[in-house]
Design a protein around this ligand. Structure first.
Ligand SMILES: C[S@@+](CC[C@H](N)C(=O)[O-])C[C@H]1O[C@@H](n2cnc3c(N)ncnc32)[C@H](O)[C@@H]1O
Length: 273
């Protein structure tokens, strides 16, 4: 996959570490700059497992999307989609549902620019700029409305994006609004890093974010505990095995799993009745 092009959208500053590009670096991608790599390496001194966690996060996403496509979902909204990578949602979904329609959403103009260039390969894929803090502006976006019929079941993906919110009340309000907006038979997929599995590591990372760089919007990072994630699904019916550490969510029989507790993130899938 090509690296970042010389023509970049307004708001682009390669000297400031950026969440999507740091994440891209941990995933082994090429869409990152020296400032991103420096920030990513500083975090690796505290948590060398971060690349493994990112890969496990993508594997969780892949299994969840396949599950949804297998359950009949044909339209997906991937919020906080990140830079294009190996195995994007439309590619995964189309493995079992060639007619799947996918809208990618990210608040980062660089992500949107690259996504539009690289994954908008036909009229059933769109990449739009949107902020999960304002779900209605996403749900009413004309390009989303052209692809997604909200009166029919949809798969909403909130994979490794809610940690950027840093406001528990807002996170609850966002997920409640999305649950309310989707039709019965829809699914919501959430994964989230948590603080209670490796508190010593997440505590140090929070200090690093606060003191060194502004990868998070306000330079802070407060991760919730696992118990704080489950209520985000509200009254959705949890798909088995419920909310678990991401490698434990329906692993493929032949999939190698990392040592227990190295991945301090949980994920789950809920279905609206
Ligand atoms: C850690 S990456 C996760 C990417 C992808 N979901 C995955 O799991 O591979 C988080 C992404 O969320 C985006 N993001 C952060 N805050 C956001 C917000 N308020 N609204 C929409 N996207 C946001 C970032 O720009 C970044 O691309």
């Amino acid at each position: 996959m090509p690296g970042i092009s010389p023509v970049e959208p307004v708001g682009f500053d390669p000297s400031v570490p950026n969440e999507a590009r740091v994440y891209d670096y941990w995933l082994g991608g090429k869409d990152n700059f020296a400032a991103d790599r420096e920030a990513a390496e500083a975090a690796l001194l505290i948590a060398p497992e971060l690349p493994l966690m990112c890969r496990e996060g993508r594997k969780f996403l892949r299994r969840a999307v396949r599950f949804l496509a297998g359950a009949g979902i044909r339209q997906f909204i991937d919020i906080g989609c990140g830079l294009p990578t190996q195995g994007n949602v439309h590619e995964i979904a189309r493995g079992c549902a060639p007619d799947a329609r996918v809208v990618y959403v990210d608040k980062d103009p660089v992500v949107v620019n690259h996504g539009q260039a690289l994954v908008e390969e036909d009229e059933r894929v769109a990449v739009i700029r949107g902020d999960v803090r304002d779900p209605d502006s996403i749900l009413t976006h004309p390009r989303l409305r052209a692809l997604v019929n909200l009166d029919e079941p949809v798969g909403v993906l909130l994979v490794s994006v809610l940690a950027a919110i840093n406001d528990d009340d807002l996170t609850r309000a966002i997920t409640a609004r999305l649950r309310e907006a989707i039709a019965p038979g829809s699914y919501m997929v959430i994964s989230h890093a948590i603080s209670d599995l490796r508190p010593e590591v997440t505590g140090k990372l929070a200090l690093l974010f606060a003191s060194e760089w502004a990868v998070k919007d306000d330079g802070r990072l407060r991760l919730p505990t696992q118990d704080e994630i489950l209520p985000l699904f509200g009254d959705l019916e949890m798909v088995e095995p419920g909310l678990v550490q991401v490698p434990e969510w329906r692993p493929e029989p032949d999939e190698l799993r990392p040592p227990k507790d190295t991945v301090w993130a949980v994920g789950g899938v809920g279905r609206k009745r």
